[in-house]
Design a protein around this ligand. Structure first.
Ligand SMILES: [Zn+2]
Length: 353
């Protein structure tokens, strides 16, 4: 089978190689790949900035945003041939820590978790892959290839779960939500906000391309005005931050409504200082009972919530998030940025590549 691999921590080692077909262990599903999504983490790995091969190996099969069809499932697994499935990315650490022992591997405390396509386990960018049936999640069959949005949706479902958990420490009836950044994470966060009946606003810089229309067609409001104007006008109850830009993070922190919840999901580089009035910021957070919470990854509950959010979403709208589908045989194109990219996916359609 074909597999897209890299030698982690070395630049320009991305290669489509031939590997032996995988043999499912007892309890595993054998899955034919439909597509894998390409995200910032994949690009970091391809640049040689991140990633770990499995112990004793020098190459890592890339791909953590999976989508496939079950070719073979063990009896009693709850899966059947033809089911549309995704594989969960993270596995608990071997110790395990208290969080991993309770199925909360997204909250791992010791950092010894592993991740498919990222950290010490092969990913899903191969014609065939296997997955433990306990770490496979079934999708509504009518989703088709937009099911590849499942992993980013699980990350967003976790972010909303964090907002709920933090908000519900006292009376909480949020009305206005602001999402900063209209990439896949931001747009999917806006989708879930709209599904919850909130008045959703999305802030990004671009005024052209697909993003403004995607936001409008959700029934949300798109903003490309200066950040401070948007923040002070909206005074949101909830902010989902998906840019990782320091000035946006601190701008959001200072401008939530009373009892505001700011959930940070964007990963930023170190070494970009911003000037902050720490006294004013502290005063604002204390006097308003505000919370700033970071959120990354997702556990099985979040994957199930994401499957529901996608099943309830408009199929055509979801399909428009996938702005490029690149056959895996032409993989370099998927790692080169296009001007109007939202989500780029590698397609494993045997006839098209
Ligand atoms: Zn752990």
């Amino acid at each position: 089978m074909r597999a897209l691999t890299v030698r982690p921590l070395e630049a320009d080692t991305l290669e489509l190689c031939e590997l032996p077909d995988p043999e499912p262990a007892a309890g595993d599903l054998l899955v034919e790949a439909v597509a894998v999504g390409v995200c910032g983490t994949d690009k970091e790995i391809v640049r040689g900035d991140y990633g770990w091969a499995p112990p004793g190996q020098d190459r890592l099969v890339l791909g953590h945003e999976s989508l496939g069809r079950v070719r073979r499932a063990p009896a009693g697994s709850g899966f059947a041939e033809g089911d549309l499935v995704v594989g969960v990315v993270r596995r608990p650490d071997p110790v395990p820590c208290g969080a991993c022992a309770r199925g909360q591997f997204d909250m791992c405390r010791n950092g010894r978790y592993t991740e498919r396509g990222i950290k010490e386990i092969h990913g899903f960018a191969s014609d065939l892959w296997t997955v433990e049936s306990d770490y496979a999640v079934k999708l509504d069959r009518t989703l088709g290839d937009v099911g590849v949005l499942m992993e980013p949706t699980s990350v967003v479902a976790k972010a909303w779960d964090q907002v709920d958990k933090v908000g519900n420490r006292a009376w909480f009836e949020p009305r206005t939500a602001l999402v900063t950044g209209a990439g896949p994470i931001g747009l999917l966060a806006a989708l879930i906000g709209v599904q919850r009946g909130l008045d959703v606003h999305v802030l990004d810089r671009v005024t052209e391309g697909p993003k403004p229309g995607l936001v409008a067609d959700l029934g949300a409001t798109y903003h490309a005005d200066p950040m401070d104007e948007v923040f002070s006008k909206l005074c949101p109850d909830v902010v989902i931050e998906a840019t990782g830009v320091g000035s946006v993070v601190f701008g959001a922190m200072a401008n939530t409504n009373a009892y505001g919840v700011l959930c940070l999901t964007g990963v930023s580089a170190a070494g970009r200082p911003v000037k902050v009035d720490a006294g004013s910021l502290n005063r604002d957070i204390v006097l308003q009972n505000d919370v700033v919470v970071g959120s990354v990854n997702a556990n099985l509950d979040h994957y199930r919530a994401a499957a529901q959010a996608l099943a309830a979403a408009d199929r055509d709208w979801l399909a428009r998030l996938i702005t490029r589908r690149v056959p895996v045989g032409r993989f370099p194109e998927a790692f080169a940025a296009g001007p109007d990219d939202v989500k780029v996916v590698l397609s494993f359609d045997r006839s098209g590549s």
